[in-house]
Design a protein around this ligand. Sequence first.
Ligand code: SF4
Ligand code: SF4
Length: 301
Amino acid sequence: MEKGVIFDIKRYSIHDGPGIRDTVFLKGCPLRCWWCHNPESQAFEPVVIYKADRCIGCGACERVCPKGAIRLTQRGFVADPELCDNCGACVKACPAEARELIGQEVTTQWIMDEIEKDVLFFDESKGGVTFSGGEPLSQPKFLEELLMECKKKDIHTAIDTTGYAPTEVLMRIAPYVDLFLYDIKLMDEKKHEFYTGVSNQLILHNLHALSESGASIWVRVPVIPGVNDSQEELDAISSFVSTLGGVEHVNLLPYHGTAVHKYEQLGMSYLLKDLKNLTKEEVGKFSRIFEDKNLKVKIGG
Ligand code: SF4
Ligand code: SF4
């Protein structure tokens, strides 16, 4: 059995594909989107977070840290990311659960045991399991085995992907995936590189290849003010998507800044701090850009 690193299993989700689903979050992502809602997912290994609002200031973490990484600052007992190797000693020492290790290595069997507890809900709601992240394709062998096990048990499978993975990996797992939730962020390659850290060429190529293979796809577009909410950019995305077969609909995911606190807990900077949420009118306007190209649009996940 393969092993992999996950950071959460969300039960009874209704936003990650059809019906009631379990969403398994695999850790690690090659992209660094400025608006990432799961920054704790980005590193491939487990990471320690610090919740200053729970800290009682006892200093136990500072005393046990073998790397001398923790210092008392204005933000509390903060670890220096340059020194911390996420060993977890401070998590064990903390009496207030103010430090938490995010991520654990598990086997395919362990996950299947968890998933199988919810099979009745899947059957009744036409739901199933969604593998998300992070980028699930970044742990290809683990993901492939999980998908194959689900198929053996006749469980509907979806993957929520950035599409940034070798085409060969994507096409190898495709026969075991009932639905792809596929993110498209920007068509402008330079802007894509600037805001996500990688080129979009492989992502667009892979989406095209999936579409040609007959896969079922929901395209997901996070709409970020000032990044991709211009008429020009949304026109470009909708024009590209409208040429593809297999796209059942487009999910527009309006920006919201609810993940800011996670960046604080991880000691990371959040580059979009002052962004305003989109209005209903703006979202309606964006929706029409896609509908005008004969695409079915849903707002939200
Ligand atoms: S995880 Fe380990 S190295 Fe990092 S701050 Fe805690 S005790 Fe120190
Ligand atoms: S051990 Fe926990 S409660 Fe004590 S100072 Fe460190 S984070 Fe705060």
